[in-house]
Design a protein around this ligand. Structure first.
Ligand SMILES: Nc1nc2c([nH]c(=O)n2[C@@H]2O[C@H](COP(=O)(O)OP(=O)(O)OP(=O)(O)O)[C@@H](O)[C@H]2O)c(=O)[nH]1
Ligand SMILES: [Mg+2]
Length: 131
């Protein structure tokens, strides 16, 4: 069983919309919608991993990020610890830089069923307006 530490960015604009991307049809959790992010590499802090992944996947430069919690989940093939960051300050404009479909969704309209199971609790917190 592989254990992954994953940094994910909840990118939120001033209209309280959140930037989502869709996972590739060939990837783990294929076609699910996600918060952009990825595996934290050896020697990197979670925040450094977040900053690198958001540049790679969305083209933004993170200038401020607030740690808002973690989630542990064991899938059949891999176990993950997600490190969630709320990102409200950045440079540039996020886009699906790796060719992923993207959309902005009002925070209160997020649908937990569209996300990997590890995200359910965080999505519900966002929908309830706790963040
Ligand atoms: N990015 C991201 N990954 C998530 C989320 N929820 C969740 O369970 N994961 C899981 O976290 C794991 C690692 O994320 P990832 O696939 O984005 O990692 P990565 O960008 O480094 O992938 P790569 O190997 O293609 O470079 C995957 O098993 C993925 O299914 C989420 O909201 N965002
Ligand atoms: Mg990724």
């Amino acid at each position: 069983m592989k254990h992954l530490q994953v940094a994910v960015g909840i990118i939120r604009n001033d209209k309280k919309e959140i930037f989502l991307t869709q996972r590739a049809s060939t990837s783990h959790m294929a076609n699910k919608w996600e918060f952009p992010g990825g595996k934290i590499e050896a020697g990197e802090s979670a925040l450094e991993g977040l900053t690198r992944e958001l540049m790679e996947e969305t083209g933004i430069v993170v200038t401020e990020a607030l740690a808002v919690g973690t989630a542990n989940h064991t899938y059949q093939e891999v176990s993950v610890i997600l490190h969630f960051y709320l990102v409200e300050q950045w440079g540039g404009e996020p886009w699906g830089k790796e060719g992923q479909p993207q959309r902005w969704v009002p925070q209160t309209h997020l649908n937990a069923d569209e996300f990997p199971p590890a995200n359910i609790e965080m999505v519900e917190r966002l929908v309830r307006g706790e963040l």
